[in-house]
Design a protein around this ligand. Structure first.
Ligand code: ATP
Ligand code: MN
Length: 465
């Protein structure tokens, strides 16, 4: 009778030594000599492999031939303390069933040393590598930590729509959603423009760039909500920090002002980082060893230091006084570029910075206007190596002031009456922010390209897999 399978993550329990065990997984490597063969088996439950020791007195060459890198096995045998260095226990194989072979001529993941660029072309198989196994386990743990953080604090998980008819958020270019025949579009006879009344929703629709506006509807009813879902931006910029499809977390809280919002953002990212350090130690240590020797030091540093809180205007003064030659010249009113953000964080303060009170011209219409009439209560959280990880604000709760901004900016509000109702009926001060999930995963894993922290990246000219 087949014994119950033990996941490899659980197999290193010393209490199991001396017992007959069953493991299943994929072969990472095989080596050995004429008398004994060693197979490193991994089942994805942990970065660690279990060593299978195969005595050639018990198995024939012919039986072992299909056991190559990438093949999948079911092994039963005795778990014994290991003599080899670097591992605590190993399995002396008694039976081996081969589920599937992996032809060594064609299986792309032979041994080690593939570049991350090569692996991006093999994104369907790269989860089987140590690096992507580690990244994807950390990603999963961070997703859980996010829900835990908010649920423990009484926030409700609100599902905001992915298909939207509002095009005023301005967070980025949108992907259109349509069932119209693009080769034969219905046109309005008078204007010659596309007649969207014949489209599926009877109007022009797109994939959402942010769940915030609907999030505000939730917050002004349930008090505190968060969203956690996919977001789409047709940003035609090939950067290591932008995806066309990414996941965003957007808490929104009634009665929170900008200071509460900063406190929430800081507590939140620290909680997530601490959770990963406590629960993904093996994976993070592996990533540190492979890619980024300062990783754990940097995570602990962020965890144990207060973030700097600085008005934009002060930030501009520091940049002007720095004497540095930036590619984009600095003056009050500019939208900060990555080089400016990184100077403040990495060179000047050497810790995360929350920059606040940006000029209203470079921020969204819904942000609360300060008394100076020039700046808004925006807050961007800037991180070492990443730049902006969070963008948020206190929202303008005054109907009149909000309408003034909408008119100044000529924002098409015809489909936005429902948003304005939050300000017409029982308006309250409220605040929120958006965290780009992949930017958090980048920071925690020490990876440097956002394409390597999501299983199947979507970027310009790339929607493979
Ligand atoms: P950036 O200036 O980096 O493009 P943004 O100002 O457009 O960011 P927001 O609209 O404030 O960003 O979105 C909130 C958060 O979502 C950002 O702080 C960032 O972490 C993340 N984010 C924004 N755009 C992308 C993207 N294309 N891919 C991945 N994450 C993104
Ligand atoms: Mn952007």
């Amino acid at each position: 009778m087949e014994i119950k399978r033990t996941k490899i993550v659980d197999i290193f329990d010393p209490a199991l030594i001396g017992q007959k065990v069953c493991v299943k997984g994929w072969v990472r490597t095989r080596r050995g000599n004429k008398n004994v063969q060693f197979v490193a088996l991994n089942d994805g439950s942990t970065i660690k492999n279990i060593q299978i020791v195969i005595d050639l007195a018990k198995f024939s060459e012919e039986q072992l031939k299909p056991i190559t890198t990438g093949s999948s096995l079911h092994v039963e045998g005795m778990l014994v303390a290991s003599q080899g260095k670097g591992q605590t226990s190993e399995i002396q194989a008694e039976t081996i069933e081969i589920y599937g072979t992996a032809d060594s001529e064609t299986y792309p993941l032979q041994k080690k040393g593939h570049t991350l660029e090569f692996l991006r072309e093999k994104a369907h198989l790269r989860p089987r590598t140590n690096t992507f196994g580690a990244v994807l386990r950390v990603r999963s743990a961070l997703a859980f930590a996010i829900h835990r953080f908010f649920q423990e604090r009484g926030f409700f998980y609100l599902h905001t729509p992915l298909i939207t008819a509002s095009d005023c958020e301005g967070a980025g270019a949108m992907f259109q959603v349509t069932t119209l025949n693009l080769n034969d579009l219905p046109k309005d006879e008078e204007t010659g423009k596309i007649d969207y009344s014949q489209d599926f929703f009877g109007k022009q629709t797109s994939l959402t760039v942010s769940g915030q506006l609907e999030g505000e509807l939730g917050a002004t009813a349930l008090g505190a909500i968060y969203t956690f879902g996919p977001t789409f931006r047709a940003e035609n910029s090939n950067t290591p920090r932008h995806l066309a499809e990414f996941w965003m977390i957007e808490p929104e809280v009634a009665f929170n002002d900008i200071t509460d919002n900063m406190d929430l953002a800081e507590d939140f990212v620290k909680y997530c980082i601490g959770y990963a350090l406590d629960n993904c130690r093996d994976d993070i240590e592996f990533l540190q060893q492979m890619y980024d020797k300062q990783l754990i030091e940097r995570l602990n540093f962020v965890l144990h230091n207060d973030f700097v809180r600085l008005p934009y205007t002060e930030g501009i003064k520091i940049l002007e006084a720095s004497g540095k030659k930036f590619e984009f010249p600095v003056k009050w009113g500019i939208d900060l570029q990555s080089e400016h953000e990184r100077y403040l964080v990495e060179e000047h303060f050497k810790r995360p910075v929350i920059l606040t009170d940006y000029p209203k011209e470079i921020k969204a219409f819904y942000m609360k206007l300060n008394e100076d009439g020039k700046t808004v209560r925006a807050m961007d959280v800037l991180f070492p190596n990443i730049g902006e990880i969070i963008g948020g604000s206190e929202r303008e709760e005054s109907y009149d002031k909000l309408m003034t901004r909408i008119e100044e900016l000529n924002i098409p509000m015809k489909d936005m009456w429902w948003y304005l109702d939050t300000r017409r009926f029982g308006t309250v001060p409220h605040s929120g922010f958006g965290l780009g999930f992949e930017r958090l995963v980048l920071f925690v894993t020490g990876m440097t390209n956002i394409r390597d922290v999501i299983p199947f990246p979507r970027t310009p000219k790339n929607a493979e897999f």
